[in-house]
Write a protein that binds this ligand. Sequence first.
Ligand code: SER
Length: 339
Amino acid sequence: MRKPAILITGANGEMGHGLIKGLARNKNIDVLALDLEPLSKSMKAYVLDTINGDILDKKLLEILNTEYEFREIYHLAALLSTRAEFSPLTAHDVNVNGTINLLNLAIKQAQSQGRKVKFFFPSSIAVYGINSFKEKMKIGSISETEYLSPITMYGCNKLYCEQLGTYFSNNYQQLSANFKPGLLDFRSIRFPGLISAITTPAGGTSDFIPEMLHNAVRGNSYNSFVNKCTKIPFMTMPDGIEAILKLMDTPREHLTQSVYHISAFAPTTGEFKSKIESYFPNIKIGYKINEKRQSIVNSWPSDVDDSKAKNDWNWKPNYKFQNAMEDYLIPGLKEFYKN
Ligand code: SER
């Protein structure tokens, strides 16, 4: 008998850790954690099994297909935007070929179980590409259908995979009538920059705020790699995890689309810096601009209009800028680094 489980790829990443705990809290079904790296010891109690392996290893995925019955798949594994610019072909392999391998696994599972398999795919504000900083500041919040011209490999990968997921959900094999539309239930959130009090991201272009915060709490000076006028949306990691759980639990008929963007707060880098300095007046925060990374964040929107998510699945962040700092990030980080 195949073991019923929820599959999480990229389980050892910062979103993976939060999601594993969230699923353990909310769902009555075991989690199988897949990652290239061994799962952190502190996380092992929350999962059924953990597998060290590569999402590009088709043999491994075939073994998982025979051993488990996946009701839901959360495919988090990816190379983030800055890292992807250093090795675009590897990024394409992991971000695109890895995703199609997982979509294929989901389809096989839906076919053999004869029931719907839900698939969650984290997308990103990196799918947007606005021509200039001037235009970005002029247009303000954008909707999901505007400015879909990414300037990074990561953004291209995410946008294409959103479309692949929607294709497999709605149109796959309709001509041969082998696969009923709707058997794969694909859902995706385009996340803003995520900030966690217990982990730091690796290889992202929105890392300047998490890095500024984590360094300040540890008593280190920090130079932001983007300038003080830079503005993109952010969200706390707990709100990001809640959003995934909420979207995945919403009845399909309430959803008017498969891909939603969401936001919680969008101060400039300078405003973040002043806020952090109000807690740590002795810490030196400066700027050392990386032009390439600056141009990437300049192409991302200053904020997004998330009214679709609000209407369709009641999206609402618990943390805005003030209480994110006061009630979650500053106390959480102080606790995390207290030894
Ligand atoms: N946080 C991601 C990155 O910076 C964007 O979604 O790559």
